[in-house]
Structure formats: structure tokens, C-alpha cells
Design a binder for this molecule. Sequence first.
Ligand code: MEV
Length: 288
Amino acid sequence: MRASAPGKIILFGEHAVVYGRHAVVTAINLRCYAEAKKSNSFKIHSPIATTGIDYEKHPYISYAIKRFMEIKPIDGAEIKIESEVPIASGLGSSAAVSVAVLKALDAEFDAGLSNEEIFELARKVELDVQGIGSGTDPFVSTYGGTWLIPERKRIKLEKLKIIVVDSGEKSVTAEMVAKVAELRKKLTDVVERVFDVIDAVSLKALNGDIPKLFKINQCMLKALGVSTRKIDEIVQKLEEMGIAAKLTGAGGGGSIIGVGSEDALEKARKLFNAIIVEPEQEGARVED
Ligand code: MEV
């Protein structure tokens, strides 16, 4: 059976959300597809490689299979991955692949898992691989929609078109989360206050001025040390084009998101060879 799950963008609140602050996050209309077929051994085909269970090359998929087997032991499965969500770009590709694989295994082996159970398993996979994480990515990928975290309150923002520019640098969530943890250990009071500003920005975004809040959030992410010179340059160029922008996800590379007029977005899309995404309401689903 084939299943899919959407990628996500964090509009506001990355990193601070790991420490209990608010974040605003939305699923986007780019999906990861996973096909699972009964077999007598394990095989994983993805754009990265073809392997068996392999915790180095396919950590999220391998742990997803392991966690699934704690619920329903199986002799084997052939897994095929195709994804519209670029890898290591802050768009939640790791969570999307975990959720899509769990949903496909659930459908193929009739495990009868609820969405909540799929989310819980994907959450465990996130911790298996990263050691730390807020669970935001697997949550949004499972359920779709736009959310205030940690309340898990579904919210409606004005119709949004968001440009996503790839910085060309890879974003490794585990490394960036560890970097922020290190800074927080050294400068606890200062970093906690930065988290508090981010918290206020996330809450204000529910009825506030998204462009201004993007700018403030980006400054705070810079203060946490997760922006890069390349990201700063792209943010500045987008601002010159009339687009308010910030990094999204863990940073250290990955993607920059921006909002502005349709005209400005279209010009920037061409200049950066970027994509324009929209919030996606539907979460994990079986495709056939
Ligand atoms: C990664 O997409 C977002 C972070 O806040 C980590 C997390 O919430 O697990 C950096």
C-alpha cells in the first residue's frame, strides 16, 4: 500500500518550542510518498540509496520499521520512497518520511493504528534518531493543518502564500538543537529571555502583523546562533525585494521562508529558483 504525509514549515517559534515556548507551524502542499509491500526480508529504496534496515543511511525509515514491529511483528517489507519535500532543508522531510512509512506499513499489514498512534510512533522515531526534539514535525505531518504548539490548537491564518528559498547549505536538526542547548547551558538567563521573545512573537502572530514578526523572529534566531552568513544574505536580498523573511526549521542552512505581494514573490521565485507553497489541510493519508 502507498501512503503519504506532508512536509511542514515552522512559521514562528523553532528552537524555543523545544523548551516549552509557543510555535506556529503549518503543513505544506509538498508530500513524501512511501509504498510498503509484504516481503520475507527488508529492503528500502529511496533517492539516497537502496539498503536493508540501515540506521546510518536510512535512520528515520529504519527506526520507523523497528517501532512499527514493536506493535506488529512482521517478517519483512519492501519500502519505496519518493518525496517532493527536499531533504535537510528545514521542511520536515524526516518527519514526513517517518509518518508516511508508518502509515504505509499500517495499511499494508492491517495494524489498525489511529493517527494518534502513528504520531506517537513517529515521535519515538524522532527521539531515536535525534535524541531531542519537540515532536512538532511528526505531529504536523500526521495531522496536516496549521497549529499553535504546544496547545495543539488548530488555527486559521489569513490565506498565505509563502516563498521557500533553499540556502544551498544542509540543515541537520540534531546538530542545531545541540548547539542551542550548549549556548543555553553557558548563558541560561540570556537564552531563556530570547526564547521568551520568540514565545511572544508566536502568540502575537495569531492576529498580528506577520511580516514584522518574521523580522523579529529572524533576529532572535540569529541571536541563538542558528542563522548563517548565506541565510542572512538571502534574507536581506528578499527584504530589498519587499519580502519579509526568516529561516525555518533548525537553521545552520536549510530554507528561508518569506511573505510579500504576489508580484514580489514571483520575482523572488525566479531569482532564487525558489518554490511557493501554501498551507495544507490534509495530514497522513493512504493513497490507494
Ligand atoms: C526543527 O524543525 C524545529 C526545532 O525546533 C526542533 C524541534 O522542534 O524538534 C529546531
